[in-house]
Ligand binder design. Sequence first.
Ligand code: 13P
Length: 257
Amino acid sequence: MQQRPRLVIGNWKMNGDLASNAALVASVVAGLATETDCQVAVCVPFPYLSQVAGRLTGSSIALGSQDVSEFERGAFTGEVSASMLHDFGCRYAIVGHSERRTWFGDTSERVALKAERAIGQGITPIACIGETLQEREQGRAEEIVAMQLDAVLERIGTKGIAASVLAYEPVWAIGTGKTAAPEEAQAMHASIRAHVAKHDAKVAAGLVILYGGSVKASNAGLLFGCADIDGGLIGGASLVADDFLGIVKAKTGTAAS
Ligand code: 13P
């Protein structure tokens, strides 16, 4: 079985200010000063990229954005291009988060274009996929996730997928305190990997697939202990240093109190 690195990424969403960011990053950097075999990144709001980049210098924590434009450059007021993110040292860009799909009209096709732009600048897209509660209750969860994945696959191919990270985030688990049960999340992760394997088994075996949705220090160990769950995309708990560090350091296969 292929060993994949554990990856834990904080998605700050639209939170933070100069003072609280400085305190949060300082605590996370200090907490990770000793060796951890987990790769860590924080995806921060665009205006704070420069601030956080500066404060991460010399640490092992990578920087990411929460979105990227599907366009290269030009008259697209309000957009931020992949090359701009590259200028500020972004290693990751989240694309297709369900909040963007829900509130800002990001279709799967647009998400695929965004992933392509990120890859074009050497930035790893974190492509988010996941079903709503209604879709799950209708028994369509796997079908919906496969459709979202296919849109990305069609655009960037398995070569692009090999340069990406996927995040399975069931919409009903985001910010609700309702985590998918480890077996439930594992089943979906396995199905995502199997779907990619139909195109390229080697790419599928090496693909990092994160789980997102109400991950906490108390459930991270059980989730990360699942064979096809390679880490987490963390919302609320990434805003509190101790909570985030507890997730990063969660012992695989154990439930902490
Ligand atoms: P929560 O961890 O707050 O549920 O958010 C998950 C998420 O949306 C990460 O992208």
